[in-house]
Design a protein around this ligand. Structure first.
Ligand code: ADP
Ligand code: MG
Ligand code: MG
Length: 201
């Protein structure tokens, strides 16, 4: 009996796939600056593959759907980000009860983000998606509204700009990675904004 148990799953999947596709060129440009320029295409391929399964997923409980999304992302996104976003969604699905409270969501996010960090051998401050995911978890745990959580995510993505990359391809650039927003941080913020919009309705 929470905002989450009433979530319209096909709408959620469409919202995330739409924003990733609409911003694919922007994500690619960010990855061209400090990586190999495939992040937009990687993410678009993954979330369009998820969208293609949307009808089949719609009747299933939320935790199963999240696990299926994670599996699909691992199979389709590729690169460094595929297994990491895949782990994120699979772990949230594993941790969430069928009708989660906000506290359940905060706890599931905390465990899932730890799983991503373990998988990436990474931590906060290294200019990766984690620099958005940790503050998002904290904002959810603090009881912020979906819109405010999305604002936190946008700010956190922007705040990766002055950081030096310590993990992933961008780390090969050393100091030259400074001054650019991390692509995975930006895609994470886009996903959070899309989820927040659906949760507000
Ligand atoms: P690739 O770098 O293999 O081409 P992508 O371009 O799809 O993969 O994804 C790059 C993004 O993945 C980075 O912007 C960063 O946010 C994230 N990333 C890469 N390595 C790690 C890691 N070890 N831990 C956390 N996030 C990472
Ligand atoms: Mg790349
Ligand atoms: Mg690549």
């Amino acid at each position: 009996a929470t905002a989450m148990s009433k979530i319209d799953l096909p709408a959620l999947i469409d919202a995330v796939a739409d924003t990733i596709s609409e911003h694919a060129d922007e994500l690619t440009a960010l990855d061209q600056a400090i990586g190999d320029g495939d992040h937009g295409l990687n993410m678009k391929r993954g979330f369009e593959a998820v969208r293609a399964e949307s009808a089949a997923l719609a009747g299933q409980p939320l935790p199963e759907v999240l696990r299926a999304i994670g599996t699909k992302l691992v199979m389709t996104v590729g690169g460094a980000s595929g297994p990491l976003f895949g782990t994120l969604f699979m772990s949230i699905g594993k941790e969430l009860p069928t009708e989660p409270s906000r506290a359940d969501l905060a706890a599931a996010l905390a465990k899932a983000i730890s799983a991503v960090a373990a998988r990436g051998k990474s931590q906060a401050g290294q200019k990766t998606m984690l620099d958005v995911l940790y503050p998002v978890q904290a904002a959810v745990a603090a009881g912020k509204s979906p819109g405010d959580v999305a604002d936190v995510a946008d700010g956190a993505a922007e705040a990766t700009k002055p950081l030096k990359a310590i993990r992933g391809r961008a780390s090969f650039l050393g100091d030259r990675s400074i001054g650019h927003v991390d692509p995975g941080a930006r895609s994470s913020a886009l996903i959070v904004r899309a989820v927040a919009k659906v949760m507000e309705h």
